[in-house]
Design a protein around this ligand. Structure first.
Ligand code: HEM
Ligand SMILES: *[C@@H]1O[C@H](CO)[C@@H](O)[C@H](O)[C@H]1NC(C)=O
Ligand SMILES: CC(=O)N[C@H]1CO[C@H](CO)[C@@H](O)[C@@H]1O
Length: 592
């Protein structure tokens, strides 16, 4: 018996190895036909075999001499793409190349010309089969393709009007004022990202979902909010807990999670169930409102749930509903996710970068004083202030943070498996990409490409404090300020494809304006009234390891830079997970 199963095992191993070799050969010949440089990998970074064996294999592979693995191992570490910046491309000797494995062919590019083609060519889709991660409540705009995603875009796009932007600007100034007060509390830095997330989730609920008031934000920021009715978690708690445990919730069925001995698992299950209920309630309420609504009376911009729910109802003329209930719910959810995480993380990066760069912070504040003068925040408006602010150091700081801290470091595209190859052209040479090729536009490598974005001189760091390049030392908002000529806009406008934090083309970010308006208003309101400062260990208080002698600002800055490199993580989006001790202080009128 034992020898029979051993034989079977050997048989399967041999068959599998033969299949791998045959697939690799087939894929290799397709890759060669493109005329692009390629790297051979033992497995696909996206395939189940690697995803499942990675926890065991990775420590072994990491123990091998670096010279053996440097060329290919980084390409198998999906979540390290941001940390490596442009380096893997430098090592591969090209800005566009293929990674070939038995599991498939992946194209990597940080070449502006190629990215622009990939964004513009409407025959390219999204690898929706790899993105189902987002569809935990139903299909979503981000993780579907073709006619289906176009339908969702068409339905929700009217929300992003100028009228909405006016509301978002004013609302963020109000909400940011509340955040500023909370941030001035001494220990607030321990919760910096969470507080930023509370603000951005509030802005999203208030304007996308028309579901919250400023008082709700004040309560959430203080941590005084309680679950309403029969809910076991507040809405914000459900969203944050779900996001913290996203992989667990995606991979393990709720039923198992609910009866798991692990408290975290049970919390994750509760968060999923609770958020599902909140989304259903939101849908139900909008349905009720829509059925009562007198059309002529409402001139408020419509909310995202309203637009989606409307499409989920049969039309007045009796024609059937355009969306199924799961499509309505899935998309309400994805707007919550896409609309708050990215902004929360970007605002957090901006705050910490400004703490590391006090001179830049003061320059930005000088612009805030010049543009806003003594106008009280409740009189700031989108029409008067948004453009001047975005053309000043405020816009420069936001752009520079978006450049270096790409919350989405990679943008996937896909050559449909059925259909002809799709060609890209590089320097006049045509390269046909075979069907079923996944293409990754590496935003973070593009944004740190030495040709498009020369490094700041002082950032040529000769003391290797960490193995990987420090994005933070390259932070230089000054590079966005146009000094010569009579530029119509105050800021540099980079060549197409070189600055792509929001992607471009028909699948570009729907919320780009929304995001920029929110970032602009929150940065303005936080830094008009306060300054942020890095804390030395003495100022911070608390216990520290013996032998840490240096307690200077420079030492604090070194730690902050390390936190903004090694303490940054990418899973759902790029965020800083290590605490950076900072303090917000009121700007005294003397120093202005
Ligand atoms: C700093 C903030 C933000 C950044 C950097 C950002 C970036 C991006 C990027 C790179 C994509 C393309 C993803 C892909 O192709 O796989 C995207 C898509 C999207 N974003 Fe944003 N985003 C931000 C904020 C927002 C906000 C505030 C909203 C909504 C209120 C939003 C809604 C969306 C939606 C709906 C999509 C999917 C579009 C589609 O697939 O057709 N985003 N975003
Ligand atoms: C591009 O980004 C992905 C995702 O972060 C990463 O896995 C990959 O290694 C990057 N490719 C290169 C050449 O840097
Ligand atoms: C781009 C391409 O041809 N990829 C193929 C590589 O091999 C696997 C396994 O045979 C196929 O499923 C892919 O389509």
């Amino acid at each position: 018996m034992a020898s029979l199963s051993a034989n079977a095992l050997v048989f399967f191993a041999v068959a599998w190895a033969a299949w791998c070799l045959a697939s690799l050969r087939a894929n290799l010949s397709r890759a060669r036909a493109t005329g692009l440089p390629y790297v051979i990998l033992p497995c696909s970074v996206l395939g189940a075999p690697w995803l499942l064996t990675q926890p065991v294999l990775l420590p072994l592979l990491a123990a091998l001499p670096e010279s053996w693995t440097a060329k290919w191992l980084p390409l198998l570490l999906f979540n390290d793409g941001w940390h490596n910046g442009y380096e893997p491309f430098q090592r591969a000797g090209g800005d566009t190349f293929l990674a070939v494995s038995p599991g498939g062919v992946i194209l990597y590019t940080c070449h502006a010309e190629v990215s622009s083609q990939l964004f513009r060519d409407t025959r390219l889709g999204k690898p929706a089969h790899l993105m189902s991660l987002l569809n935990i409540f139903g299909p979503t705009i981000t993780s579907t393709d073709g006619a289906e995603s176009r339908l969702y875009r068409r339905i929700t796009a009217p929300f992003f009007s100028e009228a909405t932007m006016r509301d978002v600007f004013v609302g963020t100034v109000q909400g940011g004022g509340q955040l500023a007060q909370v941030l001035r509390q001494p220990a607030a830095h321990h919760h910096l990202r969470d507080l930023a997330a509370k603000l951005s989730l509030h802005i999203l609920n208030r304007f996308c979902n028309q579901a919250e008031t400023l008082e709700d934000l004040a309560m959430t920021l203080r941590g005084d909010d309680k679950p309403q009715g029969t809910h076991r978690m507040t809405y914000a708690e459900a969203v944050f807990t779900l996001l913290e445990n996203y992989m667990t919730i995606f991979l393990i069925p709720s039923k198992l999670l609910r009866s798991s001995p692990s408290h975290t698992h049970r919390q994750a299950a509760t968060a999923y169930a609770e958020l599902g209920r909140y989304l259903q309630e939101m849908k139900g309420q909008k349905e009720a409102e829509l059925q009562q609504k007198v059309p002529a009376l409402s001139n408020k911009p419509e909310s995202i749930p309203e637009l989606l729910v409307q499409s989920g109802l049969p039309a007045k003329d009796g024609s059937p509903a355009v969306l199924r209930p799961d499509q309505v719910i899935g998309n309400i959810w994805v707007f919550v996710l896409a609309g708050h995480e990215t902004n929360a993380n970007t605002l957090t990066f901006i705050i910490l970068l400004l703490a590391c760069y006090p001179v830049t912070q003061r320059a930005m504040q000088a612009d805030l004083d010049r543009i806003l003068g003594d106008t009280p925040p409740d009189q700031w408006t989108y029409d008067t202030h948004y453009n001047p602010l975005m053309n000043s150091f405020v816009g420069a700081v936001i752009n520079e943070a978006l450049r270096l801290f790409t919350v989405l470091p990679v943008i996937p595209k896909y050559v449909p498996p059925t259909g002809p190859p799709i060609s890209i052209t590089i320097d006049g040479h045509v390269h046909p990409l075979p069907p079923d090729t996944v293409a990754f536009v590496n935003t973070s490598a593009t944004h740190r490409h030495p040709q498009y974005w020369p490094r700041r001189e002082s950032s040529e760091d000769t003391t290797p404090r960490a193995k990987r390049p420090f994005a933070v030392s390259d932070f230089n908002p000054e590079r966005w300020i146009q000094k010569t000529g009579v530029a119509k806009h105050g800021l540099l406008s980079p060549p197409p494809g070189t600055f792509i934090p929001f992607s471009e083309g028909s699948r570009g970010c729907l919320g780009e304006r929304f995001a920029l308006v929110e970032l602009c208003a929150s940065v303005a309101v936080l830094f008009k009234s306060s300054s942020v400062r890095l804390l030395t260990r003495g100022e911070e208080g608390g216990e520290y390891p013996e032998g840490e002698l240096a307690d200077t600002w420079e030492a604090a800055r070194d730690r902050a830079e390390l936190a903004l490199s090694e303490g940054v993580k990418f899973d759902m989006s790029l965020r800083v997970v290590r605490n950076v001790p900072v303090r917000f202080e009121a700007r005294d009128s003397v120093s202005r």
